[in-house]
Design a protein around this ligand. Structure first.
Ligand code: SF4
Length: 294
C-alpha cells in the first residue's frame, strides 16, 4: 500500500489521501455528507500566451492574474486538495509565496499546466515537486506528445489531462500500455469551446465513447470529471456496481470551483452560474450545497 499523505475527518466521513494520488473515503452513514470541500478547482490567472482555439477560459496574453491574498485562502482546511490552474499558473508572479502559504496550512496543492508551458518551465516544475510545494502535476495535452509521456514516466504523480472531443482515439492508442495515468475532461461548450465545436469534435467524442472499453485497460489509471462521465456514458461501460464504488460525487457535494481572477465561485469550472466570492470557504460551500439541492 502506498504511503499515507494525509487523513482527516470531513462531516460524517474520513478521507485518506495516499502518496500516489489515490483518495479513499469511508463512512458509517448511508451517504457522504461533507462539511467543506475535499477538493477545490482553483483558477489563479487568465494569462496565457498559447491561444488554444478550444480554450473555454478564453485565456490570453491580455488575461489578468488573480489576487492570491484573498481572505478565503486562510479558511482552506488542512488535508484538502487544491487543483491550481489558469491560464498558465506558472506565469503568476505570486505563485511561489502562494504555494508556501498553502504548505503552511497543510493544504495539498496540485497544479495543471499545458505541455507547451511544461517544456518551457520543466526545471521550475521539477523544483516545485522536489520541494513538495506541489504533489500532483496535471499535464494538458491536446494530442500525443512524447515529452509529456517521458515526463509522466519520470515522475510518479503526473497525470495527463486530455479533453473529450479534442484528443483523438488514435492518440490514446499511442499512449497505451506504458503505465500512464490519464484524466479525461468533458468538452466545455463555452468560451472559445463554443466556436471550436464542430462535426469533427462531435465525431471524436463519438469515437472515444465507442472505444472506451478498449481505452480503460490500456492505462494505469483513467479518471474523469463529471462532465466527461456524462458525455462518455462511463456508467454504461463499466457497470453500476463498479461505477458506484469509484464515484466521488456530484459537483458541489465535496468539491467546488473558485476563480480568484473574477473573484467568483461555482459548482465546477463547467458551471455558467457563478456567485461573488465570500470571505470563507464554508460560506461558499454551504451556498453551493443549497444550489446543488435545487
Ligand atoms: S487551453 Fe490552456 S494552454 Fe490553451 S490558451 Fe487556454 S489556458 Fe492556455
Amino acid at each position: 500500500m502506498p504511503r499515507i499523505l494525509t487523513r482527516y475527518r470531513n462531516g460524517n466521513y474520513v478521507v485518506t489521501l495516499y502518496a500516489d494520488g489515490t483518495k479513499a473515503k469511508e463512512t458509517m452513514g448511508d451517504a457522504f455528507i461533507a462539511s467543506f470541500p475535499d477538493s477545490i478547482d482553483l483558477k489563479i490567472t487568465d494569462y496565457c500566451v498559447n491561444n488554444c482555439s478550444m480554450c473555454h477560459e478564453r485565456s490570453s496574453a491580455a488575461g489578468r492574474h488573480g489576487v492570491l491574498s484573498h481572505p478565503i485562502i486562510d479558511t482552506f482546511h488542512s488535508g484538502m486538495e487544491v487543483a491550481i490552474g489558469g491560464g498558465n499558473p506558472l506565469s503568476h508572479p505570486d505563485l511561489l509565496p502562494f504555494l508556501k502559504r498553502l504548505k503552511e496550512r497543510r493544504v495539498i496543492p496540485n497544479i495543471t499546466v499545458n505541455v507547451i508551458d511544461l517544456k518551457k518551465d520543466t526545471a521550475l516544475i521539477e523544483e516545485l515537486i522536489r520541494a513538495r510545494l506541489v504533489y500532483g502535476v496535471g499535464v494538458s495535452c491536446h494530442a500525443f506528445d512524447e515529452f509529456a509521456v517521458d515526463f509522466a514516466l519520470a515522475h510518479t504523480n503526473v497525470v495527463l489531462h486530455v479533453i473529450n472531443g479534442v484528443f483523438p482515439v488514435e492518440d490514446y492508442r499511442k499512449l497505451a500500455g506504458k503505465g500512464l495515468k490519464v484524466l479525461i475532461l468533458g468538452y466545455k461548450e463555452f468560451g472559445r469551446g463554443r466556436e471550436y465545436l464542430s462535426s469533427a469534435v462531435r465525431e471524436r467524442m463519438r469515437e472515444t465513447r465507442e472505444h472506451l472499453s478498449e481505452i480503460l485497460p490500456a492505462f494505469k489509471v483513467v479518471s474523469f470529471d463529471n462532465l466527461a462521465l456524462t458525455q462518455l456514458a462511463v456508467k454504461e461501460v463499466i457497470g453500476t456496481e463498479r461505477f458506484d464504488e469509484m464515484y466521488m460525487g456530484a459537483d458541489g457535494e465535496a468539491s467546488m470551483y473558485v476563480d480568484l481572477v473574477r473573484e467568483e465561485y461555482a459548482l465546477s469550472s463547467a458551471s455558467e452560474e457563478r456567485m461573488p466570492l465570500e470571505n470563507t470557504l464554508e460560506a461558499c460551500f454551504q451556498a453551493l450545497r443549497g444550489t446543488a439541492r435545487r
